[in-house]
Design a protein around this ligand. Structure first.
Ligand code: OAD
Ligand code: ZN
Length: 246
């Protein structure tokens, strides 16, 4: 209902203007508006295999070729995509807010491309590779990447520098996120289904610490009952509205 959206939007804008510390959590929905398929949306499936069955250490051990083919499909897709107005609006929020932190689950690098600087890419970055032997992390923008890629230093197999199901976030990222959640006045959650942990638990951490928590998503999510306010619509339409004068 437009009335509800209008007043909710106004309230969120007031909270953001008054906030000294703003934390933003994003998921695949923000990149959907740049044309990157979401994981749980209709077009997110590759060869009918779910992300949960490819983005795991077991899958890579069993069939590294298959996992790299999936990442090559995603590399090809993402290489042609640009940040959209929602990514750009988040850069502007960072500029305006003295104490800002962005936590993204997206590995596409579009937040960095847009210009975000205060961010944790908590699931890694598709344009980085890591050696399964010596652990070195390097940038690699090959599209497609050679299958199977090997480490220039030690010859071992390279893997995507991505946090897979069953793996932990880096301790540095966990520290940064924990600080950002506990000390923010507003947590803004954009375009995530809220089912993959630990990010799925971030709303309750911020809420328990006293933050105002708002969600922007096309649809209701499991977090909707918990948050103070939900706005339903496309990220690229709604996020820029947050910057307009009250
Ligand atoms: P999902 O695909 O699970 O969810 C995308 C969310 O975005 C859904 O709630 C949609 O309703 C919403 N959405 C879609 N289009 C939108 C739009 N234009 N504007 C606003 N919202 C929109 O993606 P994530 O929650 O990011 O992990 O998934 C979490 C993790 O699971 C990913 O980081 C990935 C995946 O497996 C790894 O790759 C390790
Ligand atoms: Zn190596």
């Amino acid at each position: 209902m437009p009335m509800t959206r209008g007043s909710n939007l106004g309230l969120l804008k007031e909270k953001l203007v008054a906030a000294e510390a703003i934390t933003v959590l994003t998921g695949a929905g923000i990149s959907a508006d740049s044309g990157v398929p979401t994981f749980r949306g209709a077009d997110g499936l590759w060869k009918n295999v779910r992300a949960e069955d490819l983005a795991t250490p077991d899958a890579f051990e069993r069939d590294p070729r298959l996992v790299w083919e999936w990442y090559n499909w995603r590399r090809e897709l993402i290489a042609t995509k640009q940040p959209n107005n929602a990514h750009n609006a988040i850069v502007e929020l960072e500029r305006r807010c003295p104490n800002f932190w962005l936590m993204t689950q997206n590995v596409d690098g579009l937040h960095r491309d847009a210009g975000s600087q205060k961010l944790s890419e908590i699931h890694g970055n598709i344009w980085k590779v890591r050696c399964t032997g010596c652990g070195v992390v390097e940038n690699n923008r090959d599209v497609p990447i050679a299958i199977l890629p090997s480490c220039p230093r030690c010859g071992s197999l390279l893997r995507p520098h991505i946090v897979w199901f069953g793996e932990s976030l880096s301790p540095d990222d966990l520290d940064d996120c924990s600080r950002a959640l506990k000390h923010c006045d507003v947590l803004l959650i954009i375009g995530t289904s809220g089912v993959v942990y630990p990010a799925a638990g971030f709303a309750s951490v911020a809420k328990e610490a006293g933050a105002f928590v708002a969600e922007i998503n096309l649809d209701p999510t499991p977090q909707s009952a918990l948050v103070d306010l939900s706005l339903h619509g496309r990220a690229k339409d709604l996020v820029p509205l947050l910057l307009e004068p009250l």
